[in-house]
Design a protein around this ligand. Structure first.
Ligand code: NAD
Ligand code: IPM
Ligand code: MN
Length: 367
């Protein structure tokens, strides 16, 4: 297997967590004999400082020529006062549009070893496994018109969805549900918003193509409550861009930390893999960040871009194994029985577990 991977570390803890993800991929490539080529490019604040643009043309061109993009995070307090379209975050939004991936998969899994880590009761989170399918290229993020108008002392954004934008992301959610628990919950605000009324009717129509998948609808406010009181009732959650942004951060409470959540953006010319969290300026440069969301994003890359299901599973098992042994970065460290480790140590532990698993498997097949 050959894979050209564009690596965009970005800002804050981005480079620290991406480094751990690249190490896991390199390890697999070395032992498994795969040709993974990594090329690094600036994005976000790092790119602004270097070139004056949050998404330089060279970075975008390289991404479009790659098989997959692995991104850390963008954003820095240094650039918080810039106008919206010149901020680091604009670079990420421009990249998402250019790559064309409209379905952002964000799994939130309550690992057994971490159920005590959640601020929610262990009995509530144990066994929870929710896959968010967030629409990524529409809604309030991109709708026109949008403006700040000094003369009228006001500002506005537009929430807009076309039927085809809803259809294509809905199909991804139903397809994913077929591979999992067979259930889709579509989250909207159809009691108030026209976009949500359209959303609900299109999702209902598409659901008829998937008789084996059960569909229910829920208003976003009630969903936000049910997600933390009974997360186990959900399998695949399909929702629009801004609701998905907010609810997937809320889902971090199920897993124990925002640092645990990975994501894959699929459906476009080149898939994009990034942890759900941001640049965490409070942790940046301190070797404290949790790299597991980034490493799990690399597993999603192997699954969704390279169809390397076995290796993707092996990365995820290595993560589970290291957690089961009691290793914790600071954000998921709760009791004296657990051993606190740094970002780089956690990366090395996953690498070790992964190496051992692959060598075991190869030895088994060699017999
Ligand atoms: P954030 O996700 O960076 O941090 C929120 C909280 O979670 C902080 O307390 C942080 O310490 C913690 N956290 C985040 N990732 C962690 C990890 N891997 N390990 C341990 N703890 C972790 O969100 P924020 O503070 O609201 O935003 C900071 C910057 O990041 C802003 O500029 C924002 O725009 C940007 N941002 C970027 C992305 C992205 O690049 N995809 C996502 C969200 C926010
Ligand atoms: C995310 C982030 C981004 C988003 C920002 C940084 C543009 O919060 O990936 O969740 O809102 O999509
Ligand atoms: Mn977000």
């Amino acid at each position: 297997m050959r894979l050209k991977i564009a690596v965009l570390p970005g800002d804050g803890i981005g480079p620290e967590v991406v480094n751990a993800a690249v190490r896991a991929l390199r390890t697999l490539a070395e032992i498994g004999g795969f040709e993974f080529q990594f090329r690094e490019f600036p994005i976000g604040g790092a790119a602004l400082a270097e070139t004056g643009f949050p998404l330089p043309k060279a970075t975008l061109d390289a991404c479009l020529e790659s098989d997959a993009v692995l991104l850390g995070a963008v954003g820095s307090p240094k650039f918080d006062d810039l106008p919206r379209d010149r901020r680091p975050e604009a670079g990420l939004l421009q990249l998402r549009i250019a790559l064309g991936g409209y379905a952002n998969l964000r799994p939130a899994i309550a690992y057994n070893a971490l159920t005590e880590c959640s601020p929610l009761r262990a009995t509530i989170v144990a066994g929870a496994n929710v896959l968010f399918v967030r629409e990524l290229l529409g809604g309030l993020y991109f709708g026109e018109p949008r403006a700040i108008d000094a003369a009228s002392h006001s500002a506005w954004n537009t929430m807009r969805y076309s039927e085809s934008e809803i259809e294509r992301v809905a199909r991804v959610a139903f397809e994913q549900a077929k591979l999992r628990g067979g259930k889709v919950t579509s989250v909207d605000k159809a009691n108030v918003l026209e976009t949500s009324q359209l959303w609900r009717s299109v999702v209902t129509r598409i659901s008829k193509e998937y008789p084996a998948v059960a569909l229910d609808h829920m208003y976003v406010d009630a969903f936000a409550m049910h997600l933390v009181t009974n997360p186990k009732r959900f399998d695949v959650v399909l929702t629009e861009n801004l609701f998905g942004d907010i609810l997937s951060d809320e889902a971090a409470a199920i897993t124990g930390s925002l640092g645990m959540l990975p994501s894959a953006t699929i459906g476009g010319a080149v898939n994009l893999y990034e942890p759900v969290h941001g640049s965490a300026p409070d942790l940046a440069g301190r070797n404290l960040a949790n790299p597991l969301g980034a490493i799990a994003s690399a597993a999603m890359m192997l699954r969704h871009t390279a169809a390397m299901y076995r290796e993707a599973d092996e990365i995820e098992s290595a993560i589970r194994g290291v957690l089961a042994q009691g290793y914790r970065t600071a954000d998921i460290h709760r009791s004296p029985g657990e051993q606190q480790v740094s970002t780089t140590e956690m990366g090395a532990l996953v690498e070790e577990a992964l190496t051992a698993a692959v060598i075991r498997r190869q030895a088994y097949h060699a017999v």
